[in-house]
Design a protein around this ligand. Structure first.
Ligand SMILES: [Zn+2]
Length: 447
């Protein structure tokens, strides 16, 4: 009989309208799955966890992050996306070539730990650091060790022309690590996308991914690169579909935004990065106007924090600012303002959809896998709880994350990460950073 645990008497946000939300209820974790959600559940023999000072909800989902940059945290906070002194120039073209396989492992390791600490249970690792098969093995090893649910998105490096071996290396990884459907890791192809590759190159990418049943994820509308109609050009060949996620979309024209919506693809917005680094205006309203709900993503820890509270607050603030500006200018019949429930769904169930995992995670729905977090409501930053969803979106931060379960397995309990020696990870992170940064010739920012 599988392990059974009851999370007892919590405020439960299932985020599934058929299940409902409760001011006091229980969640039964039955092995790897959600067994039941409701008040006063009977579960004989189950372990009881007192959740009376907790909000119980699905884990957060990040749909695009370059985990290998974990050892480069905050190294580029004053640096824009494009130009001589830029993220593209110094992270992708100067620091990335210095990475050994062990540095990829170190980056992924610290990034996964930060994620668990912040209540993120699923991530898409946009891993464009595949200099060779050993880099792939290192990235996947860290993901496997983390206990997280993850989409490993294999991406060729950006500092050199694509090597002809990549398709073969990608197929090798698919065969070696992703033949089982019954595991936490799934596979995607992280392509250069329409703005950074030829039409033929894009066709080859989409065909390769589909040939091994992998999803496809691409950056588009990337600052000035997004202004040349490439997304429309490539889209007219009929490549786009529900297996594709488009990231940013910030400088796309209306035809391209509409094409993405019409193709049934999904979208990942990284609004803090997009605003601070110069990707272009976050296209939240343009997608909402067309009935598309986005997912959210951290993107780069070189610049922004690693949690989804920041993501939710950034996006809802921006959408409100844009609409209030129109209202103050006298416009009437404005579109709807995003609600806290909307952005909480973007950070959970819509993320699951964009990662191709909505049947498994994203809500506390009986039968789905038990990716559950407990958020403390007895901290001085948050009680009394008057509006649980408002409290999560606007009042809480990572210090409220008490417990994290993925597929029923605890990764964090009582505010502490489990089964990890943080001191040795810290030493590894500094050693790796102290190799990569000098080797690249980049100087750490002056104070
Ligand atoms: Zn990115």
């Amino acid at each position: 009989m599988p392990n059974r645990t009851v999370l007892k008497n919590g405020i439960v946000l299932s985020l599934d309208k058929r299940v409902g939300n409760f001011m006091q209820a229980d969640v039964l974790i039955d092995g790897a799955k959600i067994g039941a959600v409701g008040p006063s559940l009977k579960a004989e023999g189950a372990e009881i966890i007192d959740a009376s000072n907790m909000i119980v909800m699905p884990g957060f989902i990040d749909t695009h992050r370059h985990l290998w940059e974990g050892i480069l945290r905050n190294i580029g906070t004053d640096i824009p996306l494009e130009g001589a002194q830029s993220y593209l120039a110094f992270v992708l073209n100067t620091l990335a070539p210095a990475y050994r396989a062990e540095d990829v492992y170190a980056g992924n390791k610290v990034s996964t730990l930060g994620m668990i600490d912040a209540g993120i249970t699923t991530v898409l690792d946009w891993s464009h650091i595949q200099a060779g098969p050993e880099h792939t093995d290192a990235a996947i090893k860290a993901l496997q060790e983390s206990g997280l649910r993850a989409v490993f998105a294999y991406g060729p490096v950006w500092y050199e022309a694509p090597k002809p071996e990549h398709p073969e290396w990608f197929r090798r990884a698919a065969k070696q690590y992703f033949s089982s459907k019954d595991q936490l890791l799934t596979l995607a192809w992280a392509g250069y996308g329409p703005e950074f590759n030829s039409i033929e190159g894009n066709k080859a990418d989409w065909n390769l991914a589909r040939d091994v049943n992998a999803r496809i994820t691409v950056h588009v509308g990337v600052g000035t690169y997004g202004k040349h109609g490439k997304v429309a050009q490539v889209g007219k060949t009929g490549l786009y579909g529900p297996d594709t996620t488009f990231i940013h979309c910030t400088t796309l024209n209306d035809e391209e935004i509409q094409m993405i919506v019409d193709s049934g693809s999904t979208v990942s917005l990284a609004s803090p990065v997009e605003m601070m680094m110069g990707h272009g205006m976050v296209p939240i309203q343009r997608f909402l106007d067309r009935g598309m709900r986005p997912s959210l993503s951290v993107d780069v820890e070189t610049n922004v924090p690693n949690d989804m509270f920041t993501q939710m607050r950034s996006l809802i603030s921006l959408q409100h600012a844009l609409l209030f500006e129109r209202k103050l200018a006298g416009e009437e019949n404005l579109p709807a303002f995003l609600t806290t429930r909307d952005v909480l769904e973007f950070a959970t169930i819509d993320g699951a959809r964009a990662n191709g995992l909505e049947a498994r995670t994203g809500s506390l729905t009986p039968g789905k896998e038990a990716d559950v977090i407990l958020l403390r409501t007895d901290k001085p930053n948050i009680f009394p709880i008057n509006d649980p969803i408002g409290a999560v979106v606007w009042g809480m931060d990572t210090s409220n994350v008490d417990s994290v379960f993925v597929a029923g397995q605890p990764l964090k309990r009582n505010g502490q990460l489990l089964k990890v020696d943080l001191d040795s990870v810290k030493i590894m992170a500094y050693e790796s950073r102290d190799y990569v940064v000098p080797k690249s010739g980049v100087k750490l920012p002056a104070m």
